[in-house]
Design a protein around this ligand. Sequence first.
Ligand code: GLA
Length: 401
Amino acid sequence: MNRFIERLLRPAAPLALALATVCGAAPVLAAGAKPALPQMGFNNWNSTHCRAEFNEAMIRGVADKFISLGLRDAGYRYVNIDDCWANWQRDKNGRLMPNPKRFPSGINALADYIHSKGLKFGLYSSAGTSTCEPLKENRGFPGGLGHEKQDAATFASWGVDYLKYDNCNNQKVDARRRYAAMAEALRATGRPIFYSVCEWGENKPWLWAGKPPVSAGSWRTTGDISDTYASMLKNFKQNVVLDKYATPGHWNDPDMLEVGNGGMTDVEYRSHFSLWSIMAAPLLIGTDLRTIRPDALKILLNKEVIAVDQDPLGVQGHQVSDANGIHVIVKPLKDGSEAVAVFNETDAARAVNVGAREIGLRSGMHYRLRDLWAHTDATGDGSIKLDLPAHATAMYRISRL
Ligand code: GLA
């Protein structure tokens, strides 16, 4: 659609949602309700995988850091634990149990601790007979397939606010059925539990996971990220073309952040954070916050970039160009301004020129260009001219003067 027409239509969106509600169609959003923004928080997986350091002391320590490092104030809310939290077997009543070595105080106590900090707690399971971690004595950790009602009730009784639901050992049962069964079980508990579908984009979840009966808050669009530039780039490219499927409260998820884990340069981590934000992706920190480097923390705390991710208009940025390895992504913002990310995928520095029309701006007007990494302002005709180092991203907020 012509961007100018798109802009004219924008103010009508809340009305359309209200009408959808009135007419009895399944409402995406109750009229007047704030759109649910991409989830922000922490998950231990990228930093610990299943290693023994993943335990309740670590997670409590991370929750403490949310406060002392200013992450809660920056909007990060969820403290989520991933695979390997569970015991190898269910108890005699079929109930999931935590691993007694890692979580001797139990999951309920951990959730209480996290709640006492004004934070929310997330847990992991798989829509299969067992989770993803390798088998021990030919058994994995128990998964939720066929146990949805009991497991959801257990999660609710523990005070879980978020479920990441994986795809391993799924016995080839249809994905929509598996993910709907857990969605329904979660709803039946009466506790609001954010539902994060993690089937790696295998069954095109962007076409169904955001809609009833699944109505997930997010769905993974890619395989697992790892702490390399190549992996980050791959997930970015798979996710950036799916922008039209993201709606407020229902987001594409290119996997969790690697910022701070040491496998990329800070230039690359800034690109990672910029690209995830312009794509309105979940911002789930994947590094151990107890030992994070100040430079990495600074990236995660860039409030101007976070504000792009969390903009209440709730639109995933659209890639307007990717010629010769220079990606230009534009995200319309609630106040009428545009966020723009310019990313140099290539291994060489490049002189870049992005015209105002390419960004969708009207020519012949004056604009303010706020540089979201340098935190400086410039004025101009809306075009962007810059020298961009290899793998770097520049990010702006452009508004009419
Ligand atoms: C899958 C998921 C990962 C992580 C692991 C845990 O690979 O995609 O994000 O949860 O399982 O085993």
